[in-house]
Design a binder for this molecule. Structure first.
Ligand SMILES: [Mg+2]
Length: 248
């Protein structure tokens, strides 16, 4: 599948909606918590009204929290926006499950290439997510782009590439967002594979970038054997184990 492309020596993986279903497990609950925090910070609206505004403006406005805060009267809109931002990005994600094949795909990729996790968000929250997914220790390196300082994925990857000793075209970037990690990869001259699904699934894949329905496509891209229909038990065992007495 990689055709004439150079051998991949490192794979940079996005986290949210690439390694697990973030849209269902995190995004909905986070927007509701953010709406509640914005009302508590003084937005003159109901939680449902603020939630509707968030969901209608997401991906449209560069700064969602500022835009939503501006929709409603408040004594201090800056405080309202900040409350939303904090509640959305700095939260305990609770229990999370990766896709059933995620751990096995990562294991196989790591056996042939350096494996790097790249994720944007609040580093504390992103770390909690990795832990909740049982993926601690699954990567050679972890790069978190702090949403509150916003270096951007491209800048983060450029800095990583410079110290990696690799050529840009020896790196494969795998992610779901055409406007974030996929755009950054193509601008930096890296190979890219777009996983199409989740919150940004409706956005088109840029021309020339291969796309796939899920992470297992990375194996084919790298010329590795496919995972059989039923994933090995070891890949499922941990996330599937129910924990008694949680959250009550
Ligand atoms: Mg993502």
């Amino acid at each position: 599948m990689s055709g004439g492309a150079p051998t991949v020596r490192a794979v940079v993986m996005d986290l949210d909606d690439t390694l697990y279903d973030c849209f269902t497990q995190c995004v909905g609950p986070a927007h509701r918590e953010a709406a509640k925090a914005m009302v508590e910070a003084g937005a003159r609206a109901t939680v449902d009204e603020v939630l509707d505004a968030r969901l209608s403006l997401v991906g449209v406005e560069h700064d969602l929290d500022d835009a939503v805060a501006a929709c409603f009267r408040a004594v201090n809109p800056v405080r309202v926006a900040e409350a939303g931002r904090r509640a959305f990005d700095d939260r305990d994600p609770g229990p999370l499950a990766p896709f059933p094949f995620t751990a096995e795909v990562l294991r196989r990729v790591r056996a042939t290439a350096r494996l790097v996790l790249l994720s944007m968000g609040h580093p504390g929250t992103q770390e909690k997510k990795v832990k909740a997914l049982g993926l601690e220790g699954a990567f050679d390196e972890v790069l978190f782009d702090d949403v509150f300082t916003r270096r951007g994925k491209e800048e983060l990857m450029r800095a990583w590439l410079a110290r990696s000793g690799l050529a840009a075209n020896e790196v494969l970037v795998v992610g779901d967002r055409p406007d974030a990690e996929i755009a950054a990869a193509t601008r930096l001259g890296m190979q890219a594979l777009r996983i199409r699904g989740g919150e940004f699934g409706a956005r088109p894949t840029p021309p020339g970038v291969p796309e796939a329905a899920d992470l297992r496509a990375v194996l084919a891209y790298l010329g590795l054997p496919a995972i059989e229909a039923a994933a090995p038990a070891s890949a499922d065992a941990r996330p599937a184990a129910p924990e008694a007495g949680q959250g009550s």
